[in-house]
Design a protein around this ligand. Structure first.
Ligand code: ATP
Length: 364
């Protein structure tokens, strides 16, 4: 397994790119640690597949370097990079048995047959195809074929990394959950460096230790699911992660208070200035409280009952806002809205501003 270093990577598909808009990847400069499980998450067209293909060698970046364990592999082919890949659609040899499909990458590398057998049986057990070992791959369901593809990705222990490009697209919803859990277990057991592309936040948050959120050709945040939830670095992360996403409201800030319309909202601390661009307040629906007395008057627009909790859509000084309430919580007919101060984030030009007592240069 290897540490993967993306050293000032930029990529343009067209010739002679001039402005940032010509680059599918604007600048990616990050390190994926050896043995980490990363998900590349973002909407269609944000550059996830481009980045994955640069790591695998299917694409060569226009600028920057790619290093595996400190060694520059930018100009090496996929094969020379020693990478396993699992694509959106199953890649299996229909005329071979399930067993031989898994054994193929090992035999190809001259591994001794007893070792091939041990490894193939272990993986077959994990992907739950032990009873199908002697069957030809032809005639299996799409789920089963994709499990073979996953198995082929996992069978070699000498790879530098395993890359997955939306591997569960063809899998039915129940199996998705099962396979995701199995992948997570395999990761814990073997410690492969894994990079997994998806546009589905549930898939990313359940699979990865670290989620790499991408937006318009840039990595906007790398964080654990908890970090992305509590401290989205960019308003896009707040909006994209969570259901519904973070509420974002225009404010001005004075000291440790924000002014929203004619209301003052307490912040946990003073944001660290100076702040350029539009100033906004972000609060997740989970931390919007609806009471009868204190707070800003709001108007209920709709209540969606979705089982364990309900989503309240309301209007607050002409701005739409969402709140998540427990199933048994009452929705007041003339609610007053308060925000839990410690859950408030302040943004300037869409980027989060640290509070004075956090981050680097903590003031005494
Ligand atoms: P999706 O989830 O839809 O696959 P993505 O996040 O993986 O999206 P990419 O496929 O990496 O995004 O595409 C990033 C940008 O690069 C998009 O604007 C896309 O149109 C462009 N692009 C991708 N492949 C090519 C190509 N072969 N030639 C030209 N432009 C491309």
């Amino acid at each position: 397994m290897a540490q993967i270093e993306l050293d000032h990577i930029r990529h343009a598909y067209g010739p002679a790119p001039k402005s940032d808009a010509d680059f599918a990847l604007k600048e990616v400069h990050h390190t994926f640690r050896d043995g980490g499980a990363y998900a590349l998450l973002g909407p269609s067209g944000c550059g996830k597949t481009t980045l994955l293909n640069i790591i695998s060698g299917l694409l060569h970046a226009s600028e920057g370097r790619l290093l595996f364990d400190g060694q520059d592999v930018s100009r090496l082919s996929t094969q020379e990079r020693n990478i396993a890949q699992v694509f959106q659609f199953p890649v299996v040899y229909d005329t071979m048995t399930v067993y031989d499909n898994l054994a193929f990458p090992l035999r190809n590398r001259g591994i001794a047959e007893p070792d091939v057998d041990r490894k193939v049986r272990e993986i077959l057990e994990m992907i739950d195809l032990g009873d199908w070992a002697k069957r030809k791959a032809r005639g299996l369901t799409a789920d089963q074929k994709q499990k073979i593809s996953l198995g082929r990705g996992l069978v070699r222990s000498d790879v530098n990394a395993i890359l997955f490009d939306e591997p569960l697209t063809v899998i039915d919803p129940h199996m998705k959950w099962v396979l995701r859990s199995q992948l997570k277990q395999l990761h814990r057991r073997f410690g492969h460096t894994m990079v997994y592309v998806t546009h589905d936040q549930t898939e990313a948050l359940t699979f990865a230790d670290d989620v790499v959120v991408m937006y318009e050709g840039e990595v906007v945040q790398i964080g654990t699911p908890d970090e992305l939830f509590a401290r989205p670095r960019h308003t896009f992360v707040g909006y994209f992660i969570g259901s519904p996403g973070m509420n974002v409201l225009p404010v001005s800030v004075e000291g440790a208070r924000a002014k929203f319309g004619d209301a003052w909202i307490d912040l946990p601390d003073r944001p660290r200035g100076p702040m350029g661009g539009a100033i906004e307040l972000g609060i997740r629906p989970e931390f919007v409280q609806l009471g009868r007395h204190d707070g800003m008057p709001a108007e209920i627009v709709k209540v969606e009952d979705i089982g364990r909790h309900k989503i309240v859509r309301a209007k607050l000084q002409d701005h739409a806002i969402s709140a998540i309430l427990r199933e048994d919580e009452e929705v007041p007919s003339e609610p007053r809205v308060r925000f839990a101060p410690e859950a408030i984030n302040i943004y300037a030009g869409s980027w989060r501003v640290d509070y004075e007592t956090e981050g680097e240069g903590v003031s005494a």
